[in-house]
Design a protein around this ligand. Sequence first.
Ligand code: 5AD
Ligand code: SF4
Length: 480
Amino acid sequence: MHKYDKDRALVDRQILTDRQGEVMDRPGRVGDKSFYIESYGCQMNFADSEIVASILADIGYSATASMDSADLILINTCSIREKAEDTVRKRLRIFDKAKRRRPGTLVGVLGCMAERLKKKFLEEERLVDMVVGPDAYRDLPALLASAEEGQKGINVLLSREETYADVAPVRLNSNGVSAFISIMRGCDNMCSFCVVPFTRGRERSRDPYSVIAEASQLYEQGYKEVTLLGQNVDSYQWSHEESGESVNFARLLGLVADIGPDLRVRFSTSHPKDITDEVLHTIAAYRNICDYIHLPVQSGSSRILSRMNRTYDREWYMERVESIYRIIPDCAISSDIITGFCGETEEEHRETLSMVEWAGYTMSYMFYYSERPGTLAARKYEDDVDLATKKRRLAEVIDLQRTVSHQHNLRDVGKTMEILLEGRSKKSDRHWKGRNSQNKIVIMPMMDGYAIGDYVDVKISDTTSATLLGDIIQKSQYSS
Ligand code: 5AD
Ligand code: SF4
């Protein structure tokens, strides 16, 4: 599954579903308006769309799964690679047709592309009525009111404080089992390839008590898993001005895990320079904090890492991985990898390959480098690895990762493990899909007496490189 993959983004187009995954329209009040939203890019964007849904609900807009009946069409966009932006432009052509079929429909562009292109968007894409950056969603009601009067609206102001802490997200596309909780916004890291610091602004952490309140509410509603989200969760840091109380990421993890022993806690993304042993010990101490860390390496070469401004080298990264396996022996680690970054030699590419093997990633999100305007790398380095080489190196990394994932999965065959049932398998309506603590997808035949949201013990019988296959043995200790 590629977080930022164009095709996956299309598959994951955010539509409203009920707990069984059936598409449904949320009932609106009489006279209410409706909005249709598509989200692309990272999990943070999907979480932001739920904030937007909440802000719109306050002014009488309800979500609809049908673009053609919507009064307002929104697209929450991603700028991370050129391809992601191309996808958005294609979708805008489709919205244009919907707008022509139903005059009066408004179209709004949200998120990173809105922030990056600002006014240019209104000039280039004539059909767009609103351009709203990630920190300006509270302004949506005012922008909508002007747009209804025929006045195009834009707000791309970035904030140093906005965390939407008080906005209760309206869950979209939810299976009623897993939910995302945004714990911080922005990024201060300035990796040289990355546009995010420019589109999402400075890093800020959300009040931990609002995070705990949101997680507790989800738990009371029957949710079984929360994923704490941030561009760099390890630098989460909140302090109360008056009392001086301070909460770091390790403590926040513990506080959320304390909500209930049957609430799984996940988090993403970790940064190798910031992940501390304190966090690792917290994961090890709590049964319900999942044994899974997404720890993007980006490159296995110290010279390239320095050009990427990642602020760690190969040795530092390896030491962090060793600490993870020492403190949490069963931990799964996944990665993000970029091939063909500026100046990358064949030898340096091989260092990335050897890292995939050495670290034993259970999976990786892999990309070839796409230069983004305005970034440090675009200004400082020549994008000098030709496209064919970038793609060939990417294919090599993907191939190797597939083998490493398969080997990892083979070690699970014969084991019995606790799985949270998350929904029906996409490929078969007689199979369920769930995940183990290590974030591996497990497919198993449905059985009477079990339901989505149950924890079950599953014996693994077979595997592919991507998926484990097994059979339910019994409800596990934590099933309700
Ligand atoms: N080109 C290719 N991949 C990129 N990523 C970020 N910026 C770029 C870029 N310009 C990848 C990184 C990051 C993930 C979210 O997207 O691997 O970790
Ligand atoms: Fe981009 Fe680096 Fe921040 Fe991740 S940590 S969002 S790659 S700048």
